[in-house]
Write a protein that binds this ligand. Structure first.
Ligand code: PLP
Length: 378
């Protein structure tokens, strides 16, 4: 039958009327730029993330950019981050003329390994960008400790992690100085195009980011800062205000799907045989509530390329996030890193594959996915 990696039609079908009504209302109001839906969404998303302020922006990428601009990151500054993430994480640093300084990942969580940060700190280090990859928090406590001791800012790339929680139940994006969210359609809370938000507990940074998103102007046409056009469209905010009501339910479905995969993969014998390694949800509370929100369900597998070909033939959606770590990207050659520089990131890039985990995925579809993978290793 085949199973897609993501099924946005199934995702949006039950919301068709509510979303159309929100679009209609925005159209009637004609308040397309920073209309009231934007402010309402900012308050609701900030509260959802346990933060005080939210600044709606044009994308997750621009959330990172605005966050770093508000912190004054620029030429001569160094920003520590992971080599294993979506391009925007490092791209935002470089666009401001600063230098990304890479630190390898923890092979279990695929997130920045805090134990390796100390060795790359210099007098030029200004910030750390941990990424909560696939929907699980990076190990924030040692990162925050280090940041405090060395007076560094922490910008959380929470593009894949809205609602994900760390050890003590604190939500991703409100742990560091600024948190960055993406509403790209494939994220757990997606809009009908591009959108994002920066959240923070710091009123001064919130104000700076608000000003920066409209070319640094306040009042209108008087520019204290050089910003850009980084606004979130009212139309997208209106859609997100509808969809936010369902986010907890979708997260729960993703987590239930993850638990079902765990059972199916264990039954298949693939785990025991060492063919497939499952994601490890590290942070759970005492009632075993998952804190991982599974934006992606990523396996570590044997013979990945051949498996990908097999899955494609079977019509099973699968994707590699991400095939080339930052230090091996052509555009970052000037940073002077070499192959072998970040062995865990390189290994992850070669061994991992994401399989369907979206909320509407059925138990039968999951069985089909696991059977297709089992057939490959037989
Ligand atoms: C999606 C994503 C981004 C960028 O978000 P956009 O809204 O697509 O610009 C940044 N970082 C990570 C880790 C992402 O997954």
């Amino acid at each position: 039958m085949g199973v897609p990696l993501l099924d946005l039609k199934a995702h949006h079908a039950p919301l068709h009327q509510a979303i159309m009504a929100a679009l209609e209302q925005t159209f009637q109001s004609q308040a397309f730029i920073l209309g009231p839906e934007v402010g309402r969404l900012e308050e609701r998303v900030a509260a959802y993330c346990q933060a005080k302020y939210g600044i709606g922006v044009s994308s997750g990428t621009d959330a990172l950019l605005v966050a770093l601009m508000a912190l004054g990151i620029g030429p001569g500054d160094e920003v520590i981050t992971t080599p294993y993430s979506f391009f925007a994480t490092a791209g935002a640093v470089v666009r401001l003329g600063a230098m990304p300084v890479l630190v390898d990942i923890d092979p279990t969580t695929y997130n920045l390994d805090p134990a390796k940060i100390g060795a790359v700190l210099t007098a030029k280090t200004k910030a750390i960008i941990p990424v909560h990859l696939y929907g699980q928090c990076a190990d924030m406590a040692p990162i925050m400790d280090l940041a405090k001791r060395h007076h560094l800012s922490v910008v959380e790339d929470a593009a894949q992690a809205i609602g994900s929680e760390y050890r003590d139940g604190q939500r991703a994006s409100s742990i560091g100085t600024i948190g960055c969210l993406s509403f790209f359609p494939s994220k757990n809370l997606g809009c009908l195009g591009d959108g994002g938000m920066a959240v923070t507990n710091d009123p001064d940074l919130a104000e700076r980011m608000k000003v920066l998103r409209t070319h640094g102007s306040k009042p209108k046409y008087y520019h204290k800062l050089i910003g850009g056009n980084f606004r979130l469209d009212t139309i997208q905010a209106a859609v997100l205000n509808v969809k936010l009501n369902y986010l907890d339910g979708w997260t729960k479905q993703r987590q239930e799907n993850a638990i079902r995969y765990e059972a199916l993969f264990k039954q298949s014998g693939l785990v025991e045989a060492g063919k497939v390694r499952l994601p490890v949800p590290v942070y759970q509370n005492s009632s075993a509530k998952h804190y991982h929100i599974y934006n992606q369900f990523v396996l570590r597998v044997e013979r990945r390329e051949a498996l990908m070909t097999h899955l494609k033939q079977q019509g099973i959606g699968a994707e590699i996030y991400y095939p080339v770590p930052f230090h091996l990207q052509e555009c970052f050659r000037y940073l002077g890193y070499r192959e072998g520089g970040f062995p865990e990131s390189e290994r992850a890039a070669k061994e991992t594959v994401a399989i369907p985990i979206y909320p509407e995925l059925t138990a039968d579809q999951q069985t089909e996915v696991v059977e297709a993978i089992a057939a490959f290793y037989q």
